[in-house]
Ligand binder design. Structure first.
Ligand code: SF4
Ligand code: SF4
Ligand code: FES
Length: 324
C-alpha cells in the first residue's frame, strides 16, 4: 500500500555572500512520502523550484559523509534523515549549515578548520626506522589488538561530531571529536612508535578541553562513539604521564574526592587541581562564593550508602593489595 503523503514544510537557511539580502530563512512546502530523505527533498526543491539552492552531497547512501547539515538543530546526514519523523516531532523541518565552520553559501561550509585539526594529529602510522614493517608478511597484529580500535575505521569524516561539539565552539584550538578519536586509533596501534609523544602533545590545549557532554557520540551516524574514545585517551594519558597536566590533575582529584565522601568537596578539588598557588589565585572568587553559598566551602558529610560507592570503586578501580 502506498504511503500517505505529508505536507512537508522546510525553512531553509539562505546566504549568498555576493548578494543581498542578509542571511535569512526561505520557506518551501512539498507533498512527500514520510520516508523521503531530507536530501531528496532538498534536491527536488533545487531541481523544481529554486536552482540557486546550494548544498553538498555525493553518494546519497550515508557513505561519503558530504551531506551533513543541521536538521531541526541536530547535526545529521541529510540522506539518511527521513522527513516523516521530523515533521511529526517538530511540525516543520529547519535546515541550516553545519556549525563551527564558516558558511560559504546556503548549506555549504568551509571545512578547512575541521581538516586542519585532523591533519595536526598526524593521522598516519609513525614507524621507527629500526623496526620497519616486515616485508611481504601479513599484518602482524592480533585480533585483540585490532579490536581495540574497531569503531574508528567506521568514520566517514562527515564532521557531524565537529558541528555538534561545544568545546570546538568555545575554543578554536580544540582538536575536535573526530581528530581525537583518530588519535586514539593510532595511540593503541602497536605498530605505531609515537604513542608517548602523541599523548604528551595532545594534553595541553587539547584533550582535557573536552567537556564530556557526549553530543559528538549522539551526532555520529556511524557509531564511532568519539566521546568514549576520548575517555579512553584520557585514561591512557594519565597512565603514561600521571597528573602532570591541569586536566589530568582535575580528573584524578575528582575521582579521589568522590571516593572519600560520595560528594564533591569543591575547595579540596581546587587544591588538588591547581595546588596552593592556584588556591591563592582564586581567593577573591572563593570569598564571593563563600558569601553566597558557605556550605560549598565546607567538606561535605559522607553520604548515606558510602559502602555502595566503595563497591562501585572497587569494581572499577580496585585499591592495590595492602591499602586500607
Ligand atoms: S564529549 Fe567532548 S568532544 Fe564530544 S561533543 Fe562533548 S566536548 Fe566535544
Ligand atoms: S566520528 Fe562520526 S560524526 Fe565524527 S566525522 Fe566520523 S563519522 Fe562523522
Ligand atoms: S550524500 Fe553521502 S553521506 Fe549523504
Amino acid at each position: 500500500m502506498a504511503e500517505e503523503s505529508v505536507a512537508a514544510v522546510f525553512d531553509i537557511y539562505r546566504f549568498d555572500p555576493a548578494k543581498a539580502p542578509a542571511p535569512h530563512y526561505q520557506r518551501f512546502t512539498l507533498s512527500l512520502a514520510p520516508h523521503t530523505p531530507v536530501l531528496t527533498a532538498l534536491l527536488r526543491i533545487r531541481d523544481e523550484i529554486d536552482p540557486t539552492l546550494t548544498l553538498r552531497y555525493s553518494c546519497r547512501s550515508a557513505i561519503c559523509g558530504s551531506c551533513a547539515m543541521q536538521v531541526n538543530a541536530k547535526s545529521r546526514l541529510a540522506c539518511e534523515t527521513h522527513i516523516g519523523p521530523e515533521m511529526a516531532r517538530h511540525g516543520r523541518i529547519v535546515i541550516e549549515p553545519m556549525l563551527n565552520q564558516p558558511i560559504l553559501r546556503d548549506l555549504v561550509v568551509d571545512q578547512q578548520p575541521f581538516w586542519q585539526r585532523y591533519d595536526a594529529i598526524e593521522p598516519h602510522l609513525v614507524l621507527d626506522a629500526r623496526h620497519p614493517m616486515p616485508d611481504g608478511v601479513a599484518n602482524p597484529m592480533t585480533p585483540a589488538e585490532v579490536d581495540r580500535f574497531k569503531e574508528t575505521p567506521r568514520c566517514i569524516a562527515c564532521a557531524a561530531c565537529y558541528s555538534a561539539c561545544p568545546a570546538v565552539s568555545a575554543d578554536p584550538e580544540f582538536p575536535g571529536p573526530m581528530a581525537l578519536a583518530k588519535l586514539y586509533r593510532f595511540v593503541v596501534d602497536p605498530r605505531d612508535h609515537a604513542q608517548q609523544d602523541r599523548l604528551v602533545r595532545i594534553q595541553p590545549n587539547g584533550l582535557w578541553l573536552c567537556l564530556r557532554c557526549h553530543l559528538c557520540t549522539e551526532a555520529c551516524p556511524k557509531d564511532v562513539r568519539p566521546s568514549e574514545r576520548i575517555r579512553d585517551l584520557k585514561e591512557l594519558a594519565i597512565a603514561a604521564q600521571g597528573g602532570t597536566e591541569h586536566g589530568s590533575r582535575h580528573a584524578i582529584g575528582f575521582k579521589e574526592n568522590i571516593r572519600e565522601r560520595g560528594l564533591l568537596n569543591e575547595f579540596k578539588l581546587v587544591r588538588q587541581t591547581s595546588g596552593v598557588s592556584g588556591v591563592m589565585g582564586q581567593i577573591g572568587q572563593g570569598i564571593r562564593i563563600w558569601r553566597k553559598k558557605p556550605e560549598i566551602m565546607r567538606a561535605p558529610r559522607p553520604i548515606e550508602g558510602m559502602d555502595e560507592v566503595e563497591k562501585i570503586y572497587e569494581a572499577l578501580d580496585p585499591k592495590p593489595e595492602g591499602d586500607a
